[in-house]
Each structure stands twice: as structure tokens, then as C-alpha cells.
Design a protein around this ligand. Structure first.
Ligand code: CP
Length: 359
């Protein structure tokens, strides 16, 4: 069992630096118990998860393999608690649970749960933990998944929580699938270390950028280029994190020049759901922050294009069939690495390794 947060009160726990908090979230085998932050994933864990993901993909190709995988967690149940809209994260986690044989429950609209009657989030999550063995949660509130993990770890029925997106701050499992996609994309071109990754779009409010930028710190020599209109440029917190780790990075509004220097371009949409006032984002000129046929012509031949999706018009559909467009595969990779994460959380890693070796 993991070292439990319950040894500390909330205020005491909250006051800890992130590095220390993380020690309370991990299991003795190095896998996460609660998955809350991208910073929980070091190089060793990322490498093991990527290997486990590859093994699961290979095992799932056969009927016997599929039956093996679906027997692993048939005795556990998962709850998908998504109080913010989602297609990919919800469905890929649901599929991941099904691959591992876990029956599912869901709350996607708090207007039809007892929160509508005034039940607190804390009581809701404790209620879920009475019926389920894992909670996967997405919320618009920064830090709520962390608070709920602490609540459960302080209760008589602690179960793991996976953060499937919290406010503008963290989307750790999106970063996992992004890194996994980059690792696969660069398998034949020297690997991920030393590459130049360009982020473009709404970098201020996009939690996927914040989490991926952090996860990339595990790979040496990566340069990060942030391309955005001034009001949406990446936040001071990300810049300070990169400076503290001596990571080379640039801020610019010149997408075309950045593309020429890129190994990967990570496009994002404008996150106007976070506007403080109606129409705030619409007043920002974002026309130069889109990727179309002109940008494709500038992309180096071994470079790739990623996008966490959903997109609006920041990648033209004409780009979709280019072999360097990875965003559809990236989305599917999410299902596989989320399967690996859940399997690792419940201690199935060695069983999967052994099955893979025996086939
Ligand atoms: N990338 C992502 O989080 O997509 P959804 O919002 O559809 O889950």
C-alpha cells in the first residue's frame, strides 16, 4: 500500500512542496497510487509505462490475449466522475477499464446527482468510494482531484483517484499519451532527447501544455518553443519551471519560423470556456496561429504534428492525411497508455510482463 496522506491534516499536506507531496502519492513499487500531477512521472516510470503499453497493445491483438487482459481487474469497479465536458478522455478511460474487465459507473452531470440537492463534493466522492475501487475524475476546479485524494486517503475506504483534467493546471494522463506518441514518432529518428518541441495556441489556459512541458523535463536536451498571441502566451509558472531546470526555451509569435526549427508541433485550440468576460478571446487575433497547407510545406520531413483535440480551425483538415499528422494516433494511444496506468496502479504490471514474454 502507498504511504498515505492521512498522516497529515489538509493544511499541513497543502503546505508541502510538490516534491514532498508526491512521495505521499506513490506506491513502494514506484507506480502511482493517486495520479494527480505530471510531476509524479520520472524517466524510469515513463519508460516502464511505455513498455507496458506496448506489451498490452501486442497482447490485445489475439483473442486469448484479450481474454487475459479482461480477467486482470474483473474484480474491481471504476467510477468515471466527469463534471466537465469530455469525449476522448472519458471514452478512452472507459475503454481502458473495459479492456481490463472493470465494470463501470459514471456521473457526468452533477445536476442529476445528489450534488444538485446540496451534497458536498467530499461527500459525493466518499459515496462513490463505497461502491467503486477507482475514481477517474475531471473537474473545472484546480486542485479538486488532489483534495479528493486527500479526503479518501483520510477515510476508512481509501481508493485511488486519477486526475483526468483539473481546471487550467493539470492533465497528467494527456501528457502521458503525448509523450508516448512522441517516443513512438521518434523511434527511428534518434529518440526524444535533444528534439525541439513547438507549442502553439492558447498556451496560457491550456492544461495539456502545462503538463506536457513538465513531463518533457525528463528527457535531456529538449528545447521548447512557445508560439502564441501575447495575451495567451505561456504562463510565468511554466517559464520559471523551465528556467529552474536550465531548459532552453523561446517565446515567439512567429509560427512559421518555429515550424522550420521543429521536430514536433503541438497545436492547441483557444480555450474560451475560461474567458473572464463574454467575447474576451474573440477579440484576440489568432489568425497566424493556425496550421494549414502553407505551414505543412515548411514542416521538416521527419517532424510530426500533435494536438490534444478537440480542434476547431487551428489545424486545417487538409493536413489530416499527411503521414506526419499524429493526432488521430495520439488519441488512440491514450486508450492504451491509460490501460497501462490503471493496470500499474493495481499491481498488474508483472503479470502482463510475464504473459507478454510467454507468448
Ligand atoms: N484531449 C482531451 O482532454 O479531450 P477531451 O476533452 O475530449 O477529453
Amino acid at each position: 500500500m502507498p504511504k498515505r496522506i492521512c498522516t497529515l491534516g489538509w493544511d499541513e499536506y497543502q503546505a508541502l512542496p510538490l516534491d514532498e507531496k508526491i512521495t505521499y502519492l506513490m506506491q513502494p513499487d514506484g507506480n502511482p497510487y493517486h495520479t494527480l500531477f505530471a510531476q509524479q512521472f520520472g524517466l524510469d516510470l515513463l519508460t516502464r509505462l511505455a513498455t507496458l503499453t506496448n506489451e498490452i497493445r501486442a497482447i490485445a491483438k489475439s483473442r486469448n490475449g484479450t481474454a487475459f487482459l479482461s480477467s486482470l481487474l474483473a474484480h474491481k469497479r471504476a467510477m468515471l466522475y466527469f463534471s466537465q465536458p469530455s469525449s476522448r478522455t472519458f471514452l478512452s478511460f472507459a475503454s481502458a477499464c473495459q479492456i481490463l474487465g472493470m465494470p463501470l459507473g459514471e456521473v457526468r452531470d452533477t445536476a442529476i446527482s445528489s450534488e444538485f440537492k446540496g451534497e458536498s463534493r467530499e461527500d459525493s466522492v466518499r459515496t462513490f468510494s463505497s461502491y467503486y475501487d477507482l475514481i477517474i475524475m475531471r473537474t473545472p476546479e484546480k486542485g479538486l482531484a488532489e483534495r479528493m485524494a486527500w479526503v479518501l486517503s483520510s477515510s476508512d475506504r481509501p481508493i485511488p483517484i486519477i486526475n483526468a483534467g483539473s481546471g487550467q493546471d493539470q492533465h497528467p494522463t494527456q501528457a502521458l499519451l503525448d509523450v508516448y506518441t512522441l517516443l513512438r514518432s521518434f523511434e527511428k529518428t534518434g529518440g526524444l532527447p535533444g528534439k525541439t518541441i513547438v507549442f502553439c495556441g492558447d498556451l496560457l489556459r491550456g492544461r495539456t501544455v502545462r503538463s506536457l512541458s513538465s513531463l518533457l523535463l525528463n528527457y535531456p536536451g529538449i528545447r521548447q518553443i512557445f508560439v502564441a498571441p501575447g495575451p495567451l502566451q505561456v504562463g510565468a509558472d511554466v517559464q520559471e519551471m523551465l528556467r529552474a531546470r536550465n531548459v532552453a526555451f523561446d517565446l515567439t509569435d512567429d509560427l512559421r519560423e518555429a515550424i522550420r526549427q521543429s521536430d514536433a508541433v503541438y497545436m492547441t485550440r483557444i480555450q474560451d470556456e475560461w474567458d473572464n468576460e463574454k467575447g474576451e478571446s474573440a477579440r484576440i487575433d489568432t489568425r497566424r496561429f493556425t496550421f494549414g497547407a502553407g505551414e505543412l510545406a515548411l514542416l521538416p520531413k521527419d517532424a510530426v504534428i500533435l494536438h490534444p483535440l478537440p480542434r476547431r480551425d487551428e489545424i486545417a483538415t487538409v493536413v489530416d492525411n499527411d503521414p506526419r499528422a499524429m493526432y488521430w494516433r495520439q488519441m488512440r494511444n491514450g486508450m492504451w497508455i491509460r490501460t497501462a496506468l490503471i493496470a500499474a496502479t493495481f499491481g498488474c504490471e508483472k503479470q502482463i510482463n510475464a504473459y507478454y514474454r510467454s507468448e
